[in-house]
Design a protein around this ligand. Structure first.
Ligand code: APR
Ligand code: PHB
Length: 385
């Protein structure tokens, strides 16, 4: 069996890459270890930069996104019992869109299948050869090989692609906290997202639709979810979001509950021979600011352009520049996610001095147009080169 590009992983990165290549007449096969239902229902951050929305729309998969996505023009920083609005659009001329990753994955799977695309679910890659190049996968009780021109490693943080890059240099930071996230069947208590910094810890009020709220609480990194019955979650959220003006948090049935660790991670380079890493396979950001999906999208846009050039002209110039081009953007987002995380969370080891500095920084971002603009331009996303 043979294809032009073997794509390992059917998350947002692998699926979008397959779609972008198809638009350029390039064949691919997506090998995904999980089943379709699993990848279509995995809960992740759902905030799209304008560049991500544009890319989905321009490639013809934005129809439902345009109908159901919620366009946001600002966000709220809440601390000291009061809210401070950051007018994202006023400061940058750009917007962000709330649209769940589950829906992006559903749209991409549907589109690939409608276009005759080859997505193999429950096909786990067990070996790859970046020089042949070739991937070996297991599915339906059999082991098969797929020969190709290039391999795209879009298999997330725990995949097999990254370990196949020899001489990799990695950079990482683990944070002394995690996020407990819930989905709740209740009308959001806010129109714009609220990022709350409180002495009890960070909280985020996001949303999924006019009837579904998405909320997060900072918890200790090794926290047992059993310690968080629904009533405790609502009490804690109410305490961290409390303001002096009678603002009320709407409570409702919790339909999903999970704890996510917080990590920053970058692997360099993102290429070895004919293997290219993209998305979470190459880098992880903490979820504050929701850069993960947006980085996965910019990686595969850069990779699709490079492969298009290669097949159209034979030139490998863009492929040779792939890792550097991605890493410039990755490191900017790494810094922003780290910055926003440390600005808003309570580090249990922080000294009183450090807590006062953090508060001074929050006051500065909330009161200085220059500081707020810096947050805003990173939040709405810097242009893809
Ligand atoms: N063989 C085949 N598929 C694999 C293998 C393997 N050996 N290992 C992992 N996979 C699959 C996983 O099951 C998963 O569906 O690769 C896919 C990787 O998808 P994601 O984890 O969603 O990663 P990515 O597509 O890069 O998307 C990045 O995900 O974690 C979030 O916040 C992050 O939004 C960002 C997005
Ligand atoms: C989300 O809606 O899941 C979300 C939004 C913004 C973030 C993180 C997560 O910064």
């Amino acid at each position: 069996m043979r294809t032009q590009v073997a794509i390992i992983g059917g998350g947002p990165a692998g699926l979008l890459l397959s779609h972008l290549l198809h638009l350029q007449g390039i064949d691919s096969v997506v090998l995904e270890s999980r089943d379709r239902d699993y990848v279509e229902h995995r809960q992740r951050a759902g905030m799209l930069e304008q560049g991500t929305t544009d890319a989905l729309r321009d490639s013809g998969v934005g129809e439902r996104l345009d109908r159901e996505g919620l366009v946001h023009h600002g966000l709220e920083l809440r601390f000291g019992g009061a809210g401070h609005r950051i007018p994202l659009t006023g400061l940058t001329g750009r917007t962000v869109t709330v649209y769940a990753q589950t829906e992006i994955v559903k749209d991409l799977v549907a589109r690939r299948l409608a276009d005759g695309g080859d997505i193999r679910f429950e096909a786990e890659v067990v070996d790859l050869d970046a020089s042949a190049p070739r991937v070996t996968y297991r599915g339906g009780g059999e082991t098969r090989t797929l020969d190709c021109d290039y391999i795209a490693g879009c298999d997330g943080f725990h995949g097999v692609s990254r370990p196949a890059v020899p001489g990799l240099r990695t950079f990482s930071r683990d944070y002394p906290f995690a996020w407990l996230g819930i989905l709740a069947g209740v009308r959001p208590s806010t129109e714009e997202l609220i990022y709350a910094s409180h002495d009890r810890g960070f909280a985020l009020h996001s949303l999924r639709s006019p009837t579904v709220s998405r909320l997060y609480l900072q918890v200790p990194p090794d926290e047992d979810i059993a310690a968080w019955p629904d009533a405790r979650i609502w009490d804690e959220l109410a305490a961290r979001f409390a303001t002096g003006d009678g603002w009320k948090l709407h409570e409702g049935p919790v339909t999903d509950k999970a704890i996510t660790p917080m990590r920053s991670f970058v692997a360099e380079p993102m290429r070895h021979d004919r293997l290219f890493l993209a998305g979470d396979a190459g880098h992880i950001v903490p979820p504050t600011g929701a850069k993960g999906l947006n980085l996965a999208v910019s990686d595969v846009i850069i990779l699709a352009r490079a492969l298009t050039e290669r097949y159209a002209t034979g030139s490998e110039t863009l492929l040779d520049g792939y890792s550097d081009a991605c890493l410039r953007r990755v490191w900017r987002a790494e810094h922003f996610s780290y910055w926003m995380t440390t600005l808003l969370h309570v580090d249990p080891a922080a000294t009183a001095f450090e807590r006062r500095l953090q508060r001074a920084h929050l006051d500065y971002v909330a009161s200085s147009e220059a500081a707020a603009t810096s947050l805003a331009e990173n939040y709405v996303g810097l242009p893809i080169e």
